[in-house]
Design a binder for this molecule. Structure first.
Ligand code: BMA
Length: 332
């Protein structure tokens, strides 16, 4: 079971939430939508683009099944126009849904990673698109793995991804004790050289599981990498309209070596973002959830950090890149 419970958590002082959050909610979507969350973001061909998770509510307590991905564009990364139709849907007899996309530009093409529930387990996928109308699916992993993020550059000729397998057997502790792993591939199809990157026990604000969040940002000091960290407290009351929700999701930040992303240079011991704002802690499907899945570094040094709030809306926070690096490198 959990060795320790995590008490109150607050966001880092370097974080500024956008005053008019959320930046996207279900009522902004011109087709059936009850919740939006966890979206991939990129600057692509002169526009900001977002591919978001679109959920439908099944009953008073449950959301799911009809999950497919929606598309929106923006001129400033803040105000978004949702396109009339969803852009990605792989549902069939075997594939139940796709969710939690991330967008990564490599060599001018937009790659999208995503999770999918299938009749035979949760799998992670990688697709590529040049227009967000046609997606070529490059590979889908074996179960149980998800939360893929790709680096924007290759290392020694190989693509590199962070990922989050679910080792439910042979991992001491609470059943959901999951960590961040790193793998590489010559072609985005065959993945190997897998290693543990960060164990949940090394994150002071998690007692349950951690996983990759947004795609790593290249900086002169290293790859700035935002991840999610979850804690569980059985004494929490039901917290959201899902009947059993007792977890909390924060985000953390670490810096990986520029030449060898398998080396962690530093990690903030405190959360980068913890649920505090009204739209993060109440009124949602699962309250107390911050799930960062996108970030964009602007020329000014501002980083736009995008996250799903309470699994219900999409929100924006900003921080200066130097401050984010500082959180990872400050003396312990
Ligand atoms: C994770 C994923 C995310 C979700 C988060 C919080 O396990 O399912 O899609 O946002 O839980 O509910």
């Amino acid at each position: 079971m959990n060795e320790r419970l995590i008490g109150k958590l607050t966001s880092s002082p370097v974080i500024k939430r956008y005053s008019q959050n959320p930046i996207l909610k279900a009522s902004d979507v011109p087709y059936k939508s009850d919740l939006v969350s966890n979206a991939g973001f990129a600057k692509y061909q002169g526009k900001y683009v977002m591919v978001f998770r679109n959920d439908e509510r099944i009953d008073e307590y449950t959301v799911g099944e009809g999950l497919y991905l929606g598309l929106a564009y923006s001129d400033d990364g803040i105000k978004w126009e949702v396109m009339p139709k969803p852009c990605f849907n792989m549902q069939n007899e075997e594939f139940l849904n796709t969710y939690d996309p991330r967008l990564i530009i490599i060599d001018g093409k937009c790659y999208m990673t995503f999770a999918m529930e299938t009749r035979h387990g949760v799998r992670g996928g990688i697709a590529v698109t040049e227009d967000f109308e046609k997606f070529e699916v490059i590979s889908i992993s074996a179960p149980d793995n998800r939360n893929f993020v790709l680096f924007t550059e290759k290392f020694n000729g190989n693509y590199v991804r962070l990922e989050r397998p679910f080792p439910i057997y042979g991992r001491p502790g609470y059943p959901e004790r999951f960590d961040i792993w790193i793998s590489e591939s010559p072609d985005l199809v065959y993945w190997g050289k897998s290693d543990l990157l960060l164990g949940v026990e090394h994150v002071p604000f998690a007692n349950l599981k951690i996983g990759p969040g947004a795609p790593p940002i290249k900086t002169p000091k290293g790859w700035l990498t935002i991840f999610h960290a979850s804690d569980y407290d059985p004494s929490r009351q039901r917290n959201g309209y899902e009947k059993t929700w007792k977890k909390r999701y924060c985000s953390g930040v670490m810096l990986l070596d520029l030449e060898d992303p398998r080396k962690i240079i530093g990690m903030s011991k405190k959360p980068l973002l913890a649920p505090e704002a009204e739209y993060e802690i109440s009124g949602g499907y699962r309250n107390d959830v911050i799930f960062v899945t996108g970030n964009i570094l602007e020329e000014s040094g501002e980083v736009k950090i995008y996250y799903g709030a309470a699994d219900t809306t999409i929100c924006l926070a900003t921080a200066h890149i130097d401050d984010l690096i500082g959180l990872c490198t400050e003396p312990k």
